[in-house]
Design a protein. Structure first.
Length: 112
């Protein structure tokens, strides 16, 4: 893409599979859309990004800037830390430089 200067590289983990993702800022509206595009899972993000079904749960390595969370959705949903990883709804995570060099693991189903 002409004019794009910054790539965002991170690892997407599903079970034992690790996928290196290379994307651009604003290429996807949120992390859920990127995951749906890469993995094509019907059971992921069933509410289509409304923040209601909790089927798009992910953990993100290290801390994540609260500015990544989109306003208007369950922005106070900082569920818990799990061994240094933050549990989030991927539909609430904006893809920007904060994801660079992180590991994003998809959780199976709902976690609460």
């Amino acid at each position: 893409m002409k004019g794009i200067k910054n790539f965002i590289d991170f690892i997407l983990v599903q079970g034992d599979e690790e996928i290196r993702v290379k994307t651009y800022p604003r290429e996807y509206a949120d992390l859920r859309m990127l995951i749906k595009d890469y993995l094509r899972r019907d059971d992921f993000g069933q509410c289509t990004g409304m923040g209601r079904c909790a089927t798009c749960m992910v953990t993100i390595s290290s801390s994540i800037d609260p500015a990544l969370i989109q306003n208007g959705r369950l922005s106070n949903l900082h569920l818990k830390k799990d061994n240094g990883r933050v549990v989030k709804l991927s539909c609430q995570v904006i893809i920007n430089d904060e994801l660079a060099n992180k590991s994003v693991s998809i959780l199976p189903g709902r976690v609460f």
